[in-house]
Design a protein around this ligand. Structure first.
Ligand code: PEP
Ligand code: MG
Length: 882
């Protein structure tokens, strides 16, 4: 006896994917949970394999098994294959164990011929429809099974339309369609040398053979190779009876979600059309009815559908997207799958499914794609609005904003402070533009990548940004921007969508971010599960408050240089930098001290009870000075007028100093703790500001946890020296103020040498914070902006690197150094606290890595805190027991 090659749907189940393919197993599963699936059967993958072993012949006994299965389908449907009055029509589809999109097109309406088409005309009372099905069937069969080139059919279709004088396929009359049927048949005769097979059994046999053949067509072979699918597993063939929703007023078709895919609300959501086929719903010729009105139209069917959707959700334990057809008062389910949904719906559905007992908290957390949450954490465009999109750049920082375009940071600040909404537009931004960025609603640049200055700062501040929008030509001299030859003067209102990179003309309505009650609940569950703590990078009390509101457990990085950029302070900062003597510098620092103290007071107060890691000054000093080019222009002007020799002398002195301070590679130059090795008084002032603020707060009764962080350490001696400076300052302040408070001193690990020497450095650090922005730059030897703008895309395209290492942590290289830092650091100092504060601290896959290597916390921008909380929980769940 030959083996079993053919399984009726009711004979299979979900676990039989190897034998029945994914689609076949699914159809079997749906049938067996009691869904009214149009009956059919599946021919096994083994049959396909034997077909090849036999030298492309049907395995012995296959046809003998198909015939009774077909008879079973006839019985179940009450229709007969090849019958003129009541024809059974079937679809034939391939279906391997793994989905292989596009391997073979589905053949629909198999069984149609010159006689059975009349049965379809009578059943549907729609001659046009029946002949349209017929001509499509011949075309598909000719193309897929008989391998007649597709374009020959297209030519005939065009001729038919020309003859009848119409533009669209849907306008073709029954007569034109009949003419096409005749022409298609002639075409097949002409190109294959034999007639189109009218016998439905021959059609079926040939179609099955074509599915077997398609396993080894070029598309399939390439697809398998790319996706590592073995060549020897074969494909199954699914033969399923067709159902029609256009057989009268007791027939119809529709699509419904078991819950609202936009909001997640638990209510059937969808639409249907009576006496129509699926295509009619899509074509929009008639307006479909909301699913709820099916209750009035046909209560029994509606109730059955409601029951089915409940069962389906319970079975698949997720929101379903269901396609159905009603044929002469009988409901059929054609397909069900997990429904696509917005981030808001994903959260609500997951949380409610958990409440309903269908999934666990862990599963609910696992159902959310953390990256998708960005949508919910920023103001965003109302996508139902009509948009005039001018150009598209990189989606650098999520959120959306509208405002007048302004090409200059000072102007942006002026207008911003006057209450105007502005978008700062620059080719690129630099730290000099900070005040403009702060005052703007959003940032738009024509150059720079996802981690350019503008992008990093904007993400950090939670402001939307579109970067690298190359279509944008900026003319600073004439105060205009040009896109596609259209000139827009400064002051024109633009909108930017940082989630998609779109630049839009005019204002667009916005939707405010909100953490729904379900989102908050989900995050509480995540907090119960995660091991990593989540802190935030914040430099102002306002940002700190945001971070706290989003659930941050402290500040992991407070960058103090942003405070130096305040326009009111820049002249004093410049005075400090340009000082000719220690005394002069100390005078300038004394002016900065109360300001810094105020900054730290505000942040530590907001974060009372939680740790605040404050990093001392990091960037090279020349970033705070005017640009050489600008000074040269001013000096030239002064020379020409000759009016103000005093100012000229001052500017010339300034230029000399700026030149002296400028560096070839500032990123690798005189920055970070190197500044304090040469000018210890700068860090001494900052430390004093931190401790004076701490003393005040302690006296006021606040519980504070300041942590002083020294950037860019390369050696233990550096840290020892700067630690001592910090401790001496703390002691002095405590003496002066007559209070005691605890504090920590630690360092960033941002260069390979620090990671390599972590066993030594760890002895003098209370904590390490991995500065993976710099650690990535220094490990790769890439300058971030240059890499992203110039050659990194080629590395990604050529698969040398899998991801942009500035966005997704490079586990192999940078990660190895981190692992080493963790291990050596803990050996040297078992109580050492370990965290990350580079951009990677908010990126889900990097967060997983941080979990795996045993960091204590991640720190990211306030708006990413909820994402990090969720991602940290996901990391804990998927690496349980590791
Ligand atoms: C880092 O290098 O990862 C870091 C946080 O510091 P910055 O980005 O300010 O250089
Ligand atoms: Mg750094």
């Amino acid at each position: 006896m030959s083996r079993k090659y053919v399984y009726l749907f009711r004979e299979g189940k979900a676990s039989m994917r190897d034998l029945l393919g994914g689609k076949g197993a699914n159809l079997a599963e749906m049938t067996n949970i009691g869904l009214p699936v149009p009956p059919g059967f599946t021919i096994t993958t083994e049959a396909c394999n034997e077909y090849y072993e036999n030298g492309q012949k049907f395995p012995e006994g296959l046809w003998a098994q198909i015939e009774p299965s077909l008879a079973e389908v006839e019985r179940a449907t009450g229709k007969i294959f090849g019958d003129r009055l009541n024809p059974l029509l079937v679809s034939v589809r391939s279906g391997a164990k793994f989905s292989m999109p596009g391997m073979m097109d589905t053949i629909l309406n198999l069984g149609l011929n010159d006689e059975t088409v009349q049965g379809l005309v009578e059943a549907t009372q729609n001659e046009r429809f029946a002949f349209d099905c017929y001509r499509r069937f011949i075309q598909m069969f000719g193309d897929v099974v008989l391998e007649v080139e597709h374009h020959h059919f297209e030519v005939i279709l065009e001729q038919a339309k020309a003859k009848q004088g119409v533009k669209y396929d849907s306008e073709l009359s029954p007569a034109s369609l009949q003419w096409m049927v005749a022409e298609y048949k002639k075409l097949i005769q002409r190109t294959t040398g034999r007639p189109f097979p009218l016998d439905p059994k021959v059609q079926l046999e040939e179609a099955i053979r074509a599915v077997f053949r398609s396993w080894n067509n070029d598309r399939a072979i390439v697809y398998r190779k790319i996706n590592n699918i073995p060549d020897n597993i074969g494909t199954a063939v699914n033969v399923q009876s067709m159902v029609f929703g256009n057989m009268g007023n007791d027939s119809g078709t529709g699509v419904a979600f078991t819950r609202n895919p936009s909001t997640g609300e638990k209510a059937l959501y969808g639409e249907y059309l009576m006496n129509a086929q699926g295509e009619d719903v899509v074509a929009g010729i008639r307006t479909p009815q909301p699913i709820a009105s099916l209750a009035a139209e046909n209560k029994a069917i509606y109730d059955q559908f409601v029951q089915i959707s409940t069962n389906l959700e319970a079975h698949y334990r997720d929101m379903q997207d269901i396609e159905f057809t009603i044929e002469r008062g009988k409901l059929y389910i054609l397909q069900t799958r997990n429904g696509k949904r917005t981030a808001a719906a994903a959260i609500r559905v997951a949380v409610e499914l958990c409440h309903e007992g269908l999934i666990t908290k862990e599963e609910a957390i696992g159902r959310i794609e953390p990256g998708q949450l960005d949508q919910l954490l920023h103001r965003r465009m109302d996508t139902s609005a009509k948009l005039d999109v001018l150009a598209t750049g990189l989606p650098a920082s999520p959120g959306a904003a509208s405002g007048k375009i302004v090409l200059d940071a000072d102007e942006a600040e002026k207008l911003g402070n006057a209450g105007e909404k502005v978008i700062l537009v620059r080719t690129e931004t630099t730290p000099d533009d900070i005040h403009g960025i702060l005052a703007a609603q959003g940032i738009l640049t024509s150059r720079g990548g996802m981690t350019s200055h503008a992008a990093v700062v904007a993400r950090h501040m939670g402001k939307p940004a579109v970067c690298g929008c190359e279509a944008l030509k900026i003319d600073y001299a004439n105060h205009t921007v040009t896109i596609d030859d259209v000139v827009y003067p400064e002051g024109t209102v633009f909108s930017i969508d940082g989630a998609t990179g779109r630049v839009i003309k005019g204002a667009v309505p916005m939707i405010d971010p909100e953490l729904s009650s379900e989102f908050k609940e989900l995050l509480v569950w995540a907090d119960e599960i995660r091991v990593l703590k989540v802190q935030a990078n914040a430099d102002t009390p306002h940002d700190a408050q945001n971070a706290r509101d989003f659930g941050a457990q402290g500040i992991g990085l407070c960058r103090t240089e942003h405070m130096f950029m305040d326009p009111a302070r820049i002249p004093i900062v410049q005075e400090m930098i340009l000082a000719q003597s220690l005394a002069e510098r100390e005078t300038a620092l004394a002016k900065l001290l109360p300001m810094q103290e105020g900054d730290f007071y505000g942040i530590l107060k907001v974060m009372h009870g939680l740790p605040v890691v404050i990093r001392l000054l990091d960037p090279p000093l020349h970033e705070f000075l005017p640009h050489v080019e600008e000074l040269v222009v001013e000096i030239t002007k002064l020379k020409l007028t000759g009016e103000n020799p005093h100012e000229l002398a001052e500017k010339e002195a300034l230029l000399r100093k700026v030149r002296a301070l400028s560096e070839l590679n500032p990123m690798l130059g005189h920055r970070g703790c190197r500044l304090a090795v040469t000018f210890p008084e700068i860090y001494a002032m900052q430390a004093r500001a931190i401790f004076q603020a701490s003393a005040r707060l302690v006296k006021e009764g606040y519980e504070i946890h300041p942590e002083v962080m020294i950037p860019l350490i390369i050696d233990t001696k550096e840290l020892q020296m700067l630690r001592k400076l910090t401790e001496d300052t703390a002691e002095a302040v405590m003496e002066e103020q007559n209070v005691r408070f605890a504090y920590k001193v630690g360092t960033m690990i941002e260069v390979p040498r620090a990671a390599l020497l972590a066993d030594e450095i760890g002895k003098v650090a209370d904590f390490f914070s991995f500065g993976t922005n710099d650690l990535t730059q220094t490990t790769f030897g890439f300058s971030r902006d240059d890499a992203e703008g110039k050659f990194l895309p080629a590395y990604l395209e050529k698969d040398i690197l899998e991801n942009n290492p500035f966005a997704v942590l490079d586990r192999e290289g940078v990660g190895k150094l981190m692992k080493m830092g963790v291990q050596l650091g803990r050996e040297a100092n078992p109580g050492i606290e370990l965290g990350i504060c580079g951009e990677h601290g908010g990126e889900p896959s990097s967060i997983e890595f941080c979990h795996l290597i045993g960091l204590d916390y991640v720190s990211c921008s306030p708006f990413r805190v909820p994402i990090a909380r969720l991602a940290a929980a996901q990391a804990a769940i998927s690496n349980k027991g590791q």
